[in-house]
Design a protein around this ligand. Sequence first.
Ligand code: LHQ
Length: 266
Amino acid sequence: MSTPSQSPALYTSGNGVATITLNRPEKLNAFSAGMFAAIRSGLDEAEKDDSVRVVIFTGQGRAFSSGQDLTEALPTDENGRINLGPPLERDYNPLALRLMAYPKITVAAINGPAVGAAANLVLACDLVVAARSAYFQQAFARIALVPDAGGTWLLPRIVGSKLALALALTADRVSADDGHRMGLIYKVFEDASFAADVAGFVAPFAAGPAGAYKLIKQAFAKSLDHDFAAQLALEAELQNVAGKSDDFQEAIAAFATKRPPVFKGR
Ligand code: LHQ
């Protein structure tokens, strides 16, 4: 199913994979209030569709996203100064939180520049893959702003605190290859075959044990604020749930008869 082509974010799904395509290519897919509404609706649809096991985010045209639309009317305070609190509280922060807790696998397929808030929202996705020509940029300091959308929390945890601070202060562009070396990007694909490579990359998840994926995500999400003993206890709890699943019974049966398992996602 897909929404009308003029929608600021397109939703398609099939074969276990949903794709949300940021669709304001004339502004390099800058985020607008309308785009956030369309993203939320895509995530709602993917969440309630049991056949969907993985959600891809990508961008229409030559960019992934240039971050907040700098031409969109933003709220002002009583002195006429722009007030950036409301868009963050209404759109960016709930999306970042939702992505971190989303019950299905999320893949950011970075087809081109991911700049400003876009460079940070993608860090809340489970897997980040990029086209060779794509780049990340913590562009905030260039316009006298602070990294937002979770970047000051996620980036240091991914690349280390000194490197994260350097990326924020310099606003340097990070190439896909450098991002891969830093641990920001899991795989880099060639531009010419990007869409096909992303489809090949997600295909195993679409046929995979969705219930186990959800539990794995829960384990890693909690790991960020647990001590070792608490995490061991959580692993035991989640493994107990996984062990009782139909998919684990199927995996054991398939192993015994030397055939590939057929997972139902429960
Ligand atoms: C744009 C944008 C854009 C509108 C390109 N907006 N039109 C802030 C506030 C509130 C809440 C939450 O969070 C934030 C954090 C943020 O995300 S602040 C925004 C951070 N993003 C930026 O500062 C990026 C601004 N854009 C650029 O620096 C460049 O456009 C980049 C480096 C992304 C790409 O450069 P080029 O490849 O040279 O493309 P371009 O500059 O020619 O852009 C193409 C068109 O897209 C152009 O329109 P035009 O009508 O002249 O063809 C740009 O005006 C438009 N565009 N980014 N964020």
